[in-house]
Design a protein around this ligand. Structure first.
Ligand code: FES
Ligand SMILES: [Fe+2]
Length: 357
């Protein structure tokens, strides 16, 4: 990867990341997933608790994900070394003494809001209280279907995309976008907890195509997209459409208004590839499973549209390490995000503990 002028060449390690949706780590199955350039094995122990170990046997680097789970432990199926859930070797076939160095790294893991969260930084800094809230993933008042897509692109290109919705008019004309997306200026605010709040209102506008498909009323709307973004790559959005003039911008939400909560989370796989976890939750017609599926498919189609252009962008950037972007007024959000990410990287690299390996 040569795109050093435009895309960071390091990962932020001191952060919780999403390793998987909860259903991706199922009992009796091993999930191998590369996160921040490191091979990781995820599985559930006999109590159903998720275990995350380096997917690299300390003997000859065989992937433990090719191994066998034995109760709460995993046995490497190359020469048979067995590791407990803390990563300590507890058996070497044909050998009584187990060297102290015989261990693999284990990672702190928390299961919350249907996400499997992992901490890849210094373990003593892993504070579960810092995990962002995604309550709509399993709240009784909301309904969603979880989604995952893989990108052949640096995660910052996805962040750029999510922080500039002017692209909705051009990339998503039949899914998420209307002509007004590129005309409305977003309000970008820094939040006290080090993130961004991005606010877009479309007053007396048409519904977006995806809202139209599930709307329970017709006519012009006041429509909003209000989202919080936090580094490295978390977007939590409150979006909706209300009949125009019913007071939504002032906080009066008409009973027939449609409200959505959107999740877009990226976890770098490598410096050129990205795991993308998403969902679009709604607070109406909760028992309508066909609607859940239709909304899910709509988002999948739209995210395929994003992926086409972003993976294309990555290929071009690979040919031009010295590319410098020309700025537009819509770049305000993503420029601030880049500033926040760069400052986090600088602080992390200046810290005496350094990056764990
Ligand atoms: S590589 Fe795992 S036991 Fe030899
Ligand atoms: Fe998009």
């Amino acid at each position: 990867m040569q795109t050093s002028n435009y895309l960071s060449q390091d990962f932020i390690f001191e952060s919780w990341y999403v390793a998987a949706w909860d259903h991706e780590v199922s009992t009796g199955q091993m999930l191998a997933r590369t996160l921040l350039g490191q091979p990781v094995l995820l599985y559930r122990d006999t109590q159903g608790q998720v275990v995350a170990l380096a997917d690299k046997c300390c003997h000859r680097a065989a992937p433990l994900s090719h191994g066998r789970q034995e109760c709460d432990a995993v046995r490497c199926m190359y020469h048979g070394m067995k590791f407990d859930r803390s990563g300590r070797c507890i058996d070497i076939p044909g050998q009584d003494q187990i060297p102290a160095k015989a261990c693999v790294r284990s990672y702190p893991v928390v299961e919350k809001d249907r996400f499997i969260w992992i901490w890849m930084g210094q373990p003593q800094n892993a504070a579960p209280a810092a995990i962002l809230d995604f309550f709509w993933h399993d709240h009784a008042d909301w309904r969603m279907k979880p989604g995952y897509i893989h990108y052949q692109a640096h995660y910052q290109l996805v962040v750029d995309n999510l922080l500039d919705f002017s692209h909705l008019s051009f990339v998503h004309p039949t899914t998420l976008g209307t002509a007004s997306n590129a005309q409305v200026s977003a309000q970008v605010d820094r939040t006290e907890d080090g993130g961004l709040r991005i606010t877009r209102w479309y007053i007396n506008d048409e519904m977006s195509p995806n809202h139209k498909r599930v709307a329970q009323f017709q006519g012009p709307v006041d429509r909003w997209q209000i989202y919080q973004w936090h580094a490295p790559a978390f977007l939590r959005m409150d979006a909706g459409s209300a009949p125009t003039g019913t007071g939504a911008p002032e906080g009066r939400i008409d009973p027939c208004a449609m409200k959505f909560r959107h999740t877009s989370v990226q976890t770098p796989e490598t410096l050129g590839t990205t795991h993308y976890f998403f969902c679009q939750a709604r607070n109406f017609a909760l028992d309508n499973e066909a609607m859940t599926e239709a909304i899910f498919q709509d988002v999948c189609t739209a995210f395929g549209e994003d992926r086409d252009i972003i993976e294309g962008q990555q290929k071009i950037l690979n040919t031009d390490p010295n590319f410098h972007p020309v700025a537009t007024a819509h770049d305000m959000g993503l420029n601030q995000a880049r500033f926040i990410i760069n400052r986090r990287l600088q602080n992390e690299q200046a810290a005496p503990t350094g990056t764990p390996t």
